[in-house]
Design a protein around this ligand. Structure first.
Ligand SMILES: [Fe+2]
Length: 294
């Protein structure tokens, strides 16, 4: 799935982030940069997506390690987001033009308590500096300091609520691959679309994705993305010991439901920063930046 030079490999050893600022899932660390890929129930379909498309700080490389494989189901899909862009440009060009021009407004709700099984808490997302005994003002200041690490100025705003905070990011859904400049559709839109239709239990997205001008994205476009993805993806059937490596800029992953017990499938994930993707159009909001250390 991935073309990696020796320089890239060495970079991985140097740039080793085991965090996603503003993570939306519960990913408890078992060892440095090793955590279960996803803790949501086995019935839940996690449809294809690039990792962390809803926030400005996404990893560039993802390693999955299969420790326990279920007898039936639980495959990990692989699909090309370069191909997804190409197909979408051919089949739904109006959508691609609008995405390019407007980008995405991604509204992510964080709450003090977990919002669903497998979801993160506000503290997991932004609270790593919070200490027991911090008062409300100190907690907020510490959370805002984490948000500032995105380094996106006015393109990331936030609003405090009674039980958490809602972040709004203006983000590019189309990015480019460093080296080739190929456009890639970096998105979780098909996954959001599928989630509310397929997963009765999960059913609700904590992220709302609109066009960058705040208008809703017509469902027919989301359905088309899901249909194209169905056609271009392959499913990796796990055997114990398998390792999958994804270049997150150009490849999407997900998780099929499985039968049997929850514990029948154990897949670990390690995430790494690398080079950030390039901008497809020259607007301020259309370029993601490397998050600040902290
Ligand atoms: Fe993921």
């Amino acid at each position: 799935m991935m073309r990696m030079t020796l320089a890239d490999s060495l970079m991985l050893l140097v740039i080793n982030h085991d965090e996603i600022i503003g993570i939306v899932v519960d990913r408890p660390l078992l060892a440095p940069n090793v955590a279960p890929a996803n803790e949501s129930p086995k019935e839940v379909l996690i449809y294809n997506h690039n990792e962390s498309p809803q926030v400005p700080h996404a990893p560039e490389y993802i390693f999955f390690y299969g420790h326990k494989a279920p007898k039936q189901g639980g495959e990990t899909p692989i699909s090309s987001s370069v191909e997804l862009f190409h197909r979408a440009q051919q089949e739904i060009p109006d959508f691609v033009n609008q995405l390019a021009e407007k980008g995405i407004l991604s509204k992510v709700t964080y709450k003090t308590d977990k919002q669903y099984t497998g979801g993160s808490t506000l503290k997991q997302a932004f609270g790593k500096e919070i200490q027991d005994g911090d008062n409300e003002a100190t907690k907020r200041a510490k959370i805002e300091a984490q948000i500032a690490r995105y380094g996106r100025g006015k393109h990331t705003t936030w609003e405090w609520t009674d039980d958490g905070v809602v972040l709004t990011h203006r983000l590019p859904a189309i990015r480019t691959q460093p080296g080739t400049d190929l456009p890639t559709l970096f998105t979780g839109l098909a996954a959001y679309y599928k989630n509310v239709r397929v997963n009765a239990a999960a059913g609700r997205n904590v992220t709302q994705q609109l066009f960058g001008d705040g208008t809703p994205i017509p469902e027919e476009y989301l359905a088309a993305l899901a249909r194209i993805t169905d056609e271009i993806r392959v499913l990796h059937r796990w055997q114990r010991g398998d390792v999958l490596v994804y270049d997150n800029i150009i490849a999407q992953h997900g998780r099929e439901p499985w039968q049997g017990e929850q514990a029948d499938r154990v897949v670990m994930a390690s995430l790494f920063d690398g080079q950030v993707p390039g901008a497809y159009i020259s607007e301020d909001w259309a370029q993601v930046v490397q998050a600040l250390e902290g």
